[in-house]
Write a protein that binds this ligand. Structure first.
Ligand code: SF4
Ligand code: SF4
Length: 224
């Protein structure tokens, strides 16, 4: 469904490419060409009235931009099926998924800013500086296992999650939720981390190397 000035997916991919490159170079502020790419995207009629939300999320150094081409925009290829993400009838739901991702990310970001003790919740301060992440052992921090609509929000012993977090963790906060909104990206690098790493749900804390191998196999089987 190309719009008058180009297909929104191409504009989004162009922005992601520019922004990823500049974050990787250590530039937090948008360079003029990246700003132009963002403006071209925000002017797309499919994002009308969502400009502020999208701009705030898409320019944040922790927003998981790199997950968008791997999930929302990725064709679904199986042994006997193929779903092209360019099909005109699904463009509305795909743009809603991007908007939901932005909206929920900002909600998490705001909650962590207001209430989160970085040492006890995320593990690093989320202050825009590249603090080293805790050693992740066997986990490559690829983020694939967090490409889920939800997981049961069973908190670590002795704590409870706020009701809004329960809804977000369980995928009930937005009908267009595509992946867990607590998944953050590390400054444009192919490194994804859990924004509530120290207090993540039990199913996530218990996820081990065998689950990881199974997850990779499932992805390979379905070509996602
Ligand atoms: S557990 Fe596996 S799938 Fe999940 S982030 Fe780590 S390496 Fe990736
Ligand atoms: S809570 Fe953290 S570990 Fe669990 S799915 Fe979300 S981002 Fe991944």
């Amino acid at each position: 469904m190309p719009t008058r000035n180009g297909f929104w997916q191409e504009k989004l991919k162009a922005y992601i490419q520019d922004r990823t490159r500049e974050l990787g170079d250590g530039h937090l502020a948008l360079r003029p060409p990246t700003r132009q790419a963002l403006e071209r995207l925000l002017q797309d009629p499919l994002f009308q009235d969502q400009e502020a939300v999208l701009e705030a999320a898409l320019t944040d150094p922790y927003f998981p931009l790199g997950q968008i081409p791997r999930t929302v925009l990725a064709d679904v290829v199986g042994m006997r099926f193929f779903v092209s993400k360019r099909r005109p009838e699904i463009q509305g739901s795909l743009t809603r998924a991007v908007i939901a991702m932005a909206r929920l990310f900002l909600r998490v970001r705001e909650d962590l800013k207001r209430h989160g003790n970085p040492n006890r919740v995320t593990g690093i301060p989320l202050d825009g500086r590249p603090h080293p992440l805790s050693p992740s052992g066997w986990c490559r921090l690829c983020g694939t296992c967090c490409q889920i609509g939800g997981v049961r929000a069973v908190a670590p012993p002795g704590m409870t999650y706020p009701p809004a977090w329960v809804r977000m963790i369980q995928g009930e906060a937005d009908p267009d939720q595509f992946l867990c909104p607590f998944l953050f990206q590390y400054f444009g690098r192919e490194i994804y981390f859990c924004a509530i790493h120290r207090i993540k749900p039990r199913a996530c804390a218990d996820f081990g190397p065998e689950d990881c191998a199974r997850c990779a196999q499932d992805i390979a089987l379905h070509g996602l």
